[in-house]
Design a protein around this ligand. Structure first.
Ligand code: SAM
Length: 262
């Protein structure tokens, strides 16, 4: 199946970055505690690929770790930078940000802990770029260090229920009087390449009655556990642990697929 054409590079939240944190307000953020525990086990500094708005980056820095983070999206980094500007200096100076591509990056140092939280790795959809990211992780990991990739699990091949439009939530923001509606449109599932194409849109009704809509395209690769196991082995890694959720339950028993490897 051919991929739907998009004039915009997917997965970069170019139009919707300002809604990212609001969108995750529902999310329990248990992954943050998981990465804090890992950091306590490995020590820092920590490299975070695709750090986004700093949801994980900032708590790690607050806990005292030096965190190097990068992201390909100027807009997501912009949101993070504005948060850093409001943080106490002793925390913000522990965060080292730059714009880069997971598929081909060079931070010029090695790390005992490298993390790719919250499905960001799935934004890489072609073989060369996936291999490039894993090679980058290898180059940046200290001997004996730990790398972590968190993917969402799929329960069998995604079926036709992925395709179609749905309202995920509607919220009123008390401070501004805005009413925001989040919608997700499943466009297509490419079963050959294992890519889910979708679009996320936010529709804002301002307090004065004016309306605004923004949307972004997404193309996320899904994996079955053995595919990731084979891929990691082929890239020269050994798997240290595999979990199905941030509470470290078994891989088969949860909605996530979390691989710890070196
Ligand atoms: C789901 S967000 C996760 C952000 C953050 N790590 C978190 O846990 O909240 C995915 C992030 O991946 C970034 N991204 C997508 N493709 C990328 C690439 N090729 N290189 C670097 N970042 C990328 C997006 O801009 C976005 O910030």
């Amino acid at each position: 199946m051919k991929s739907p054409r998009s004039h915009q590079q997917p997965n970069l939240f170019r139009q919707t970055s300002r809604f990212y944190d609001l969108d995750l307000a529902w999310y329990p953020h248990q992954d943050v505690e998981f990465y804090l525990q890992l950091a306590a086990e490995t020590g820092g500094p920590i490299l975070e690929l695709a750090c986004g708005t700093g949801r994980v980056t900032i708590p790690l820095a607050r806990a005292g770790y030096e965190v190097y983070g990068f992201d390909l999206s100027r807009e997501m980094l912009g949101v993070l930078q504005s948060k850093l500007n409001r943080l106490p200096m002793e925390i913000s100076r522990r965060i080292h940000l730059h714009r880069d591509d997971m598929a081909d990056f060079d931070v010029r140092r090695r790390f005992p802990l490298i993390i790719v939280p919250f499905r960001s790795f799935q934004a890489l959809t072609d073989e060369e770029r996936i291999a490039g990211a894993l090679a980058g992780i290898r180059r940046h990991l200290t001997p004996g260090g730990t790398a972590v990739i968190d993917l969402f699990a799929v329960n069998g091949e995604p079926d036709a229920s992925w395709v179609g439009e749905q309202v995920d939530w509607v919220r009123r923001i008390p401070e501004t009087g805005e009413v925001i509606t989040r919608m997700r449109t499943g466009l297509a599932v490419d079963h050959d390449e294992q890519i889910i194409h979708s679009q996320v849109s936010f529709h804002v009704e301002h307090a004065d009655g004016t309306r605004e809509s923004v949307r972004d395209p997404f193309a996320l690769k899904y994996y079955f556990p053995y595919q990731m196991q084979v891929r990691l082995a082929a890239s020269g890694f050994s798997i240290l642990d595999e979990y199905g959720y941030y509470d470290r339950r078994s891989l088969e028993a949860g909605p996530e697929m979390i691989f710890l490897f070196q």
